[in-house]
Structures are given as structure tokens and as C-alpha cells.
Design a binder for this molecule. Structure first.
Ligand SMILES: NC(=O)c1ccc[n+]([C@@H]2O[C@H](COP(=O)([O-])OP(=O)(O)OC[C@H]3O[C@@H](n4cnc5c(N)ncnc54)[C@H](OP(=O)(O)O)[C@@H]3O)[C@@H](O)[C@H]2O)c1
Length: 379
């Protein structure tokens, strides 16, 4: 650890279920060989933080440090890490892999949880992206069985190929694959998805999914349910049609069907907000003659899909479950997508304060409900 780095740091801990929070001193972390320590400059507030606080979701024991999204500056890297060095600006998911979350001065994460920060995004913007992006990527790749083009090898690779791109590709994939043979396997051909309904297109996950799907399936009909205030933004991300989510259910279903190809219903549903758990009649918009796919983001709310529907529940870190050829490059490639203009900030951000002690107030604001924005605390 560089001598200049102080040995203690501040942590924002939930002392027990339901709170209160307290700022405490903690030891400066020592990264494992494949980890990096990030000096957090901004953290995003997520529904999971509220569920952890009030319901103990994903909490092993209290006191606990929440926070699953961060952006900051790398301070220390583990001995195996080559992708980052001290001083790099990054954005990262946090709080899994046996490490505490982002609500502290310095967070430790496996290096493949992080991406360099795009230069066009501020720290406050960058911290709002990782979890929503990873969850949408998991829904599309695992739930809808559709490979994301930006996670595929960038050129045909062979064992004889010794180009630097090959070596980089092999490095990215070796962690999650545990072998070269799988790394070079051809991705499966995409299934014929021509139409997808996104329930909750204006959520962070939904707005991320719209743009990833548009990149992946340029000709597909993408229908979003959301409040009308967000129609213009979601159309700019790639939604073909936005349906007012506040319509009475029969009208909502009719509008979705009317927007689907030949009014036959959609091939797949990506449910970002467990909407079909609130009203299962949403399943009726699936085209029974199509692939009949439904994927829902794990929210804590159970959704029971009717017989015949192929349902898959997903969560963000499924992208990192081994062996997964798409997992290791998932974050590394995010900044490239942004730089290439292919991925935009999913939602506007609102900075609700500066300093760890502002997180509790920010979570209170999140609890009251937000629409089309992501709450962020600057550090
Ligand atoms: N398992 C995981 O790995 C994981 C990761 C990330 C998120 N999640 C979960 O996924 C859910 C979404 O998270 P998020 O951060 O993306 O949410 P968010 O940005 O906070 O989404 C809130 C928006 O969802 C929309 N919405 C709520 N209920 C709806 C419904 N029935 N139909 C259509 N739209 C609805 C509302 O849109 P309007 O304002 O347009 O009305 C609301 O503004 C949360 O439950 C979160 O805990 C899970």
C-alpha cells in the first residue's frame, strides 16, 4: 500500500435491520490478487439498498455496509491485476464477491466488476450505470438467450493467432471460462426474436435493456410500458412504441397487442419491475405461436408464469457466474460502448447530497419513489 494512503477510512454502516446508519472508522482494505481498491467519488442508490435495510435482503449480518454501484479512482491493485493501475478512473458494481458494499470511502471489488470510466461521463453519472447495465445484460443473454454483439470476440480467433487482440481476448475470457477451448467456442446463433415487451422501460434496468436490445436486434419491435413523461427519452434509446403503464389493464393489453407485429403479440417479455407479478394478465400479450419467453429481474417479488411460458429469473451478477464466455468482458466493454455512442446514460441522475452521511436521506427520498431518474450521492 502506498505510504501516502491513510490506514483508516470512513464507512457508512447500517447498525441493524431498519437502521439507524452510523459513520464509523474502518481499516484500509488490502486487495486480494485479483482485486482493486477504489476511492469512491460517487455512489448510486438502488432499491436493493432499501430492501437490505428494511427486509435484510442479501444481508449476512449487521452492522452491514450497503451500496452496489460506485465510480471513483483506483488506489491499489492486487498482484495479478493488469487491466487497471492506481489513478485510473473507473465505475464498478460492488458489494458481492465476499466484499462490503460501496457506502464507504474505499471499496474493494474483483477487477472484472469494474470498467474504466468513459471520459464523457462524470463520476456521478458513471456510478449510476453498472448494476442496471449488468442486470439488463443478464436478462438478455440468460433470460432471452440472445448473445450481445459487443461481448462476442471482436475478430475470428484461432489458437495460432498471436495478435495483441487475441491475447487481450484470451485474458478477458480466461477468468470466467477456465480454459481456452471454451473461449474460442462460437457463440450460439441468436433465436428469432422479432418483438419484445419491456415492462418498466423507464426503470434503470428497463432503459438499459431497451438500448442493448436495439443494438442486438436492430429490426425488432421493442415495446415499453412506462409513464408518458419518459416516452421521448425511451424512443431516443431505441423503443419502437411506448405504452402508458397507467392505462387500465384491458386497454394496456390491447395497446401492447396493437403495437406488436401483425397484432399477434410479442415473442418475449423482459420484466424489469416484476410487473407480471402484480397482474399476471400481462402474460396474455405473448404470441403463443412464438418462442414464448419471459425473463424477470429478481426483485424479491415472486412471479408465477403460466404453463408453456419459458420463464427465467435473472440478477446482475449472473454475468459473472462461471463458466460464462460473456461474463468477463461485460464490464470491460461497457466504456467502449459509451465511447462509440452506442450506449447512453440510461436515466438522468439527481445528486441528492455530498458525503457519506447524505446517503440515509437519499434512501428516504428513494423510498418515496422516483420516476425516470437515478439518485446519486457524491463523495
Ligand atoms: N436482482 C438484481 O440483480 C437487480 C439489479 C438491479 C435492480 N433490481 C431490481 O429491479 C427493480 C428495478 O430496479 P431499477 O433500479 O431499474 O428501478 P427504478 O429505476 O427505481 O424503477 C422505477 C420505475 O419503475 C417503473 N415501474 C414501477 N412499477 C411499474 C409497473 N408495474 N409497470 C411499469 N413500470 C413500472 C416506474 O416508471 P414510471 O416512472 O415511468 O411510472 C418507476 O419510475 C427493483 O425492484 C430492483 O430492486 C434487481
Amino acid at each position: 500500500m502506498p505510504a501516502a494512503i491513510e490506514k483508516m477510512m470512513k464507512q457508512y454502516v447500517a447498525t441493524k435491520k431498519g437502521g439507524p446508519f452510523q459513520v464509523v472508522n474502518g481499516d484500509y482494505p488490502i486487495p486480494g490478487p485479483d482485486e482493486i481498491c477504489i476511492r469512491n467519488r460517487a455512489v448510486a442508490l438502488n432499491a436493493l439498498d432499501l430492501k437490505s435495510l428494511h427486509h435484510g435482503m442479501m444481508v449476512q449480518q449487521y452492522p452491514e455496509i450497503f451500496g452496489i454501484d460506485t465510480a471513483g479512482v483506483v488506489e491499489v491493485v492486487g498482484s495479478n491485476v493488469t487491466a487497471f493501475k492506481a489513478g485510473d478512473a473507473v465505475m464498478s458494481s460492488a458489494g458481492l464477491g465476499g466484499r462490503k458494499g460501496a457506502f464507504q470511502d474505499v471499496t474493494t471489488v474483483p477487477a472484472h466488476f469494474a470498467s474504466r470510466k468513459p471520459s464523457t461521463w462524470s463520476f456521478a453519472q458513471a456510478c449510476s450505470a453498472p448494476i442496471c447495465y449488468l442486470t439488463a445484460a443478464a436478462a438478455i443473454t440468460k433470460g432471452l438467450n440472445t448473445p450481445l454483439p459487443h461481448l462476442q470476440p471482436r475478430k475470428p480467433l484461432t489458437r495460432e493467432d498471436s495478435s495483441s487482440e487475441y491475447l487481450q481476448e484470451r485474458h478477458l475470457r480466461s477468468k470466467s471460462l477456465g480454459g481456452l477451448a471454451l473461449a474460442l467456442a462460437n457463440p450460439p446463433p441468436p433465436p428469432p426474436l422479432n418483438s419484445i415487451l419491456i415492462i418498466g422501460g423507464s426503470s434503470g434496468v428497463g432503459a438499459s435493456a431497451i438500448q442493448l436490445l436495439r443494438l442486438t436486434l436492430p429490426g425488432a419491435t421493442i415495446i415499453s410500458t412506462n409513464s408518458p413523461a419518459h416516452n421521448k427519452h425511451l424512443a431516443s434509446l431505441g423503443a419502437s412504441v411506448c405504452v402508458d403503464r397507467n392505462l387500465a389493464m384491458p386497454k394496456l393489453l390491447a395497446a401492447i397487442k396493437a403495437a406488436s407485429p401483425a397484432q399477434r403479440g410479442v415473442d418475449a417479455i423482459l420484466d424489469a419491475v416484476a410487473g407480471a407479478g402484480e397482474d399476471s394478465s400481462l402474460f396474455s400479450v405473448l404470441n403463443k405461436g412464438g418462442p414464448n419467453l419471459y425473463t424477470n429481474v429478481f426483485t424479491g417479488k415472486e412471479v408465477n408464469a403460466p404453463e408453456g411460458v419459458k420463464a427465467t429469473k435473472v440478477f446482475a451478477h449472473m454475468m459473472f457466474v462461471t463458466p460464462d464466455p460473456d461474463g468477463a468482458p461485460a464490464m470491460a466493454r461497457l466504456a467502449d460502448l459509451v465511447d462509440e455512442g452506442k450506449y447512453k446514460l440510461p436515466l438522468e441522475i439527481e445528486v441528492v447530497g455530498t458525503g457519506l452521511e447524505e446517503i440515509g436521506g437519499g434512501l428516504e427520498k428513494l423510498k418515496k419513489g422516483v420516476s425516470g431518474s437515478k439518485l446519486v450521492v457524491a463523495l
